[in-house]
Design a protein around this ligand. Structure first.
Ligand code: ADP
Ligand code: MG
Length: 291
């Protein structure tokens, strides 16, 4: 059974989104709550720097708050750790505390255990709701789809690390969570839906299409391509399927103005129907899904 089928089973015991399962974060009163895991052997290898791993754990959680339009800089978090024998605990604590400080997160609790397998980290983040709550479920026919920046660098870096891409230079691309943009969108009237790219542009756009009950069509010519030493076909493939990017995908109703000082890329349109397409091809499976 795949990850999304499993989540569907859990949904039966959950209040409807956005209070329960189904969005980037859950809503409880004025709070936004999200959780993310990092598992050794699944999300990272022992050879990877623990500072990078902790950074990614915090980034993915902060990014989920940004995707709900949450307020930036008011985060609290609880940390769960299962730690194998032989771990440098001083380094681990330093890595986690450093990542918390970098993103302005107050660590308010958690739990720790020994691990008989690898290292396991889990962060539950608590953020604050903004003026408008952005969910995956509000896109309407006629809306424009925006992407916050070119994507693809995460997949490129992963393939370099795994040795699939040989003799390729490092990618110089921003993959930080879009905290300021998320906060701005949460204060802007007319933003109808939002999601962060954690699985891949195709898959994540299909979550908007499905939750909103609409069709999303990406205009291939409007899609910004990353500056990476790859063929044109590869650039499109990486753009559609690279996960852990933390760029934002959102929809806005016509005449909505986002007063942002960086370029935003209008990449497609929302219409009646279902699914997620580019050039007539279904792109809803482009991206990553856990087994
Ligand atoms: P994201 O990539 O934004 O973190 P996911 O694809 O991981 O979102 O999860 C989709 C939805 O399913 C989210 O609302 C998340 O809270 C929920 N979810 C995922 N795994 C579980 C679980 N084990 N128990 C309850 N809810 C879950
Ligand atoms: Mg998300």
């Amino acid at each position: 059974m795949k990850e999304f089928e499993f989540i569907e089973l859990l949904k039966k015991h959950s209040p409807p989104s956005p209070a329960g399962i189904g969005d980037d974060a859950a809503v409880a009163g004025d709070l936004l709550i999200a959780k993310d895991l990092m598992v050794e052997g699944v999300h990272f290898t022992p050879s990877e720097s623990i500072f990078d791993v902790a950074g990614r754990l915090f980034a993915s959680n902060i990014s989920d708050i940004a995707a709900m339009g949450g307020v930036d800089g008011k985060y609290r978090a609880l940390l769960g750790l299962a730690i194998p024998k032989g771990t440098d605990k001083k380094e681990l604590a330093g890595a986690v505390a450093g990542a918390a400080q970098k993103y302005g997160v107050s660590l308010i609790g958690g739990d720790s255990s020994a691990s008989k397998q690898g290292l396991f980290l889990s962060l539950t983040i608590i953020g604050l709701k903004n003026k408008y709550l952005l969910t995956r479920g509000g896109a309407k026919p006629g809306d424009t789809v925006y992407l916050s920046r070119p994507v693809g660098g995460a997949q490129y870096e992963l393939r370099r690390r795994l040795g699939i891409l040989k003799n390729h230079p490092p990618a110089d691309m921003d993959r930080s969570p879009e905290r300021e943009l998320g906060e701005l969108l949460g204060r802007t009237k007319g933003i109808t839906s939002c999601i962060d790219i954690s699985d891949g542009l195709g898959r994540d756009l299909s979550h908007i299409a499905e939750s909103s009950g609409v069709r999303v069509t990406v205009d291939k010519a409007a899609l910004p391509l990353p500056e990476l030493p790859l063929s044109r076909d590869e650039l499109y493939e990486y753009t559609l399927s690279s996960g852990e990017e933390y760029a934002l995908l959102f929809t806005a109703s016509p005449r909505t103005v986002v007063k942002y000082d960086k370029t935003l890329f209008p990449i497609g349109k929302v219409s009646e129907g279902s699914g997620c397409f580019m050039d007539g091809t279904d792109i809803s499976q482009k991206g990553y899904e856990h087994e």
